[in-house]
Design a protein around this ligand. Structure first.
Ligand code: UD1
Ligand code: CA
Length: 461
């Protein structure tokens, strides 16, 4: 029998005080609901049904995009059920009834706001549930501060009796430190039977999913409890401060994993590395570095202090010096960038090229061994191999209406403070004099100078 998964993700998340649905808030660069969906997918279930409601279209779109990114072998069928009015977690699950009409066996129910639960933990949950032949199994943990969570009430023999929500609990029940993680494994048909018996008689006037467990127990069915030793795994996010504290834990996990795989961090606590980021061994990361998105960094790289890299790929032996920003760009092996450089929008830096301080490069490709060491703007340009771009060079790529390209061929020397008024091309082996304003194409092996630049002489090849 194949396993099925349901993720509850319809709530607004009132306590976030946000206009954005809680499950869309990002943790380690990924919306909360994506973390949960990824973990669910690793269980290789037959299908995952996500209950959406508040900002349903956006949540669906985010998940569909993420679903496409997961490899075909691990991505289960993804389906959505709509809960147009958020009447509680029990009501949310009810909305998915049709989706499981033809299924039997076990259903894992996950909360879209409990993002760190591990695959192993869920496997153990299913295993215990099936071994115990339970109607429902709930994942619990012990918290020193259980405020806000549903408490697990056990009878005098220690067996599960019911889950009491924080707001419905007596002061004595509030002392209980064992909490409901909001993660369960149910027998499908028994769950939907019990759901139809829920009533919203509680502090929040909601249909509580948690009540199905006591209903099933009272009907004589077995309820199993599995306690997670790692309470970090099952922390829920209801407030921005909980989001920040989980963010910190997750970042730490990521950095710990990278260190274990051979990456050096001079100050692990100050590194912000998104979950998707891959970094090769012997790369050294200086303090206060941010690396985001699907960034790939090779082996033996040096990432300087205060560097911010986003959705980019770096080869081996690349150096990015202090306070540089690299966005949507590619740096080949042994390229060197910065300090204070800004590369963006599909910029390609070839092997052994050196980009120095206060250089901005946008939507351009820079050839092998080329140097632009100081104070330049290179935008919409194709620059060949072994070119030297003098200090203060600007590609004047915008005529007030449109952007135009600048082409600089191999072995060109651009003198300091040259203005290249695009569209313009400088032929290979040519030179521009300091301060020249190049408005027309320059033939190969020519020296041009002046404003506007004119050919002064031909150069030996
Ligand atoms: C829930 C549990 C609580 C548990 C806690 C663990 C209930 C009644 N309470 O409380 O015992 O300790 O999780 O984190 O289940 N949702 C919907 N539709 C709704 C309401 C909620 O889809 O109508 C979704 C939310 O988007 C969220 C999840 O269900 O992803 C949990 O809802 P939330 O309101 O955060 O429940 P808690 O009060 O945290
Ligand atoms: Ca919650």
């Amino acid at each position: 029998m194949k396993l099925n998964v349901l993720i509850m993700a319809a709530g607004l998340g009132t306590r976030m005080k946000s206009k954005k649905a809680k499950v869309l808030h990002k943790l380690a660069g990924q919306p909360l609901v994506n973390h949960v969906f990824k973990t669910a997918s690793s269980l290789l279930p037959a299908k995952v049904v996500v209950v959406v409601g508040y900002q349903a279209e956006i949540v669906q779109e985010v998940l569909c995009q993420f679903h496409q990114k997961l490899s075909a072998t691990t991505a289960p069928i993804l389906d959505f059920a709509t809960q147009s009015e958020q009447l509680g977690t029990g009501h949310a699950v009810m909305m998915a009834r049709e989706h499981f009409a033809k299924d039997v066996g076990s259903l894992i129910v996950l909360s879209g706001d409990v993002p760190l639960v591990s695959v192993d933990c869920l496997k153990q949950l299913v295993q215990l549930h099936e071994q115990a032949n339970a109607a429902a199994t709930v994942l619990t943990t012990h918290l020193n501060n259980p405020t806000g969570y549903g408490r697990i009430v056990r009878n005098s023999e220690g067996y599960f009796e019911q889950i009491v929500e924080d707001r419905d609990a007596t002061s004595l029940q509030r002392e209980i430190k064992e909490i409901n993680s909001g993660i369960y494994c149910f027998n499908l048909s028994l769950l939907f039977d019990a759901l139809s018996k829920l009533s919203p008689v509680n502090a929040q006037g909601e249909y509580y999913l948690t009540d199905t467990l006591s209903i099933l127990r009272k009907e004589g069915h077995k309820i199993a409890v599995i306690m997670s030793a790692d309470s970090e795994d099952v922390l829920g996010i209801n407030t921005r401060s909980e989001l920040a504290s989980l963010e910190k834990r997750l970042r730490k996990r990521k950095v710990d994993r990278l260190m274990a795989s051979g990456v050096t961090f001079l100050d692990p606590d100050s590194a912000f590395i998104d979950d998707e980021v891959v970094i090769g061994c012997d790369t050294v990361i200086y303090p206060q570095v941010i690396i985001e998105g699907a960034t790939l960094i090779g082996e033996g790289c040096t990432i300087g202090m205060g560097v911010h890299i986003s959705s980019s790929s770096l080869g081996d032996g690349v150096t990015v010096r202090n306070h540089s920003i690299v966005v949507d760009s590619q740096l080949a092996n042994r390229a060197s960038v910065g300090p204070f450089a800004h590369l963006r929008m599909n910029t390609h830096i070839a092997e052994n090229a050196t980009i120095g301080n206060f250089v901005e490069i946008k939507n351009s490709s820079i050839g092998k061994g080329t140097k632009a060491m100081h104070l330049s703007y290179v935008g919409d340009a194709t620059i060949g191999n072994k070119v030297n771009i003098g200090a203060g060079t600007v590609t004047c790529n915008y005529d007030g209406k449109q952007k135009h390209r600048t082409v600089i061929e191999d072995n060109v020397k651009i003198g300091s403070d040259t203005m290249l008024v695009a569209p313009v091309k400088v032929g290979q082996g040519s030179m521009t004099g300091a301060g020249s304003v190049v408005t027309k194409d320059v033939a190969e092996n020519s020296l041009v100078v002046g404003v506007p630049a004119v050919v002064k002489k031909k150069l030996d090849e």
